[in-house]
Write a protein that binds this ligand. Structure first.
Ligand SMILES: [Zn+2]
Length: 246
């Protein structure tokens, strides 16, 4: 069994989406998390999760689409996050490369969203880029994210960053980056990760094969750890279920 911790199914044209989901199911992907990035896409993610078995949703405002926190935003996010198929606050985090001028607003938005996650007892799934990794870790620590744990989506970073995240009860999510030469550093982190600290993802959006590709990611992980891909699929799926409490 495989699982995809992070996809954006709302971004696929409706006509293709069913095929993408069916292809994933056919390859043994039995658990997926589709996440929104704005209020609109969060609503779409929740609606999709309500119609597909084994698909759960994440809601949150992505740092690329940073907006000022307001009572209205908080109320709408809380309403969405309380829907039964929502299992995580995502996609939230920091991106200093894409948003160099909005760093303070990004941190503010993230603090509020972690507080909401704690209030609702939902884990947090983060986005970050390399320059923001220390700030992300410090902020997760300061805001008590360890109370709910979560997933470091699209992990790119060094071992000390990974270790710090694990110490807060987060798991590391590896994806298609490790299929490419640029992912060599992630493979080094992978070799040091405890078995219960890893989940897999494709971050599929808009085009491409979709979550079915997580089988290739599992294969790569299996090659590195000298394990059959099915076994990698099984333990990463168990980890994801534990974090999401499903
Ligand atoms: Zn994403």
């Amino acid at each position: 069994m495989y699982s995809d911790a992070h996809v954006h199914l709302d971004s696929y044209p409706a006509a293709e989406r069913d095929d993408v989901i069916q292809r994933a199911h056919a390859l043994g992907v039995e658990l997926m998390v589709t996440v929104g990035t704005t209020l609109d896409t969060c609503e779409q993610a929740v609606a999709l999760a309500e119609h597909v078995p084994d698909l759960y949703a994440g809601v949150g405002i992505h740092p690329w689409w940073v907006v000022p926190w307001s009572d209205e935003l908080e109320a709408r996010l809380r309403d969405l996050a309380r829907r039964p198929r929502v299992k995580v606050v995502s996609e939230v985090g920091l991106d200093y490369t894409r948003g160099p001028t909005t760093q303070p607003q990004q941190r503010e938005l993230l603090r509020h969203q972690i507080a909401l996650a704690r209030e609702l007892r939902l884990p947090v799934m983060t986005h970050n880029d390399r320059p923001s990794q220390e700030d992300l870790l410090a902020l997760l620590r300061e805001e008590g994210a360890a109370d709910v744990g979560g997933v470091i989506h699209g992990f790119r970073g060094d071992w000390p960053f990974a270790r710090g995240c694990l110490d807060l009860g987060f798991v590391i999510s590896l994806g298609r980056l490790i299929l490419r030469p640029e992912g060599a550093e992630q493979l080094e982190v992978l070799r040091r990760l405890p078995r219960d600290g890893l989940v897999l993802e494709t971050d599929s959006a808009r085009q491409g094969p979709g979550p079915a590709e997580v089988a290739l990611v599992a294969q790569r992980v299996g090659d590195v750890l000298d394990l059959p891909p099915e076994q990698v699929g099984n333990f990463t799926t168990a980890n994801l279920k534990r974090v999401l409490r499903v």
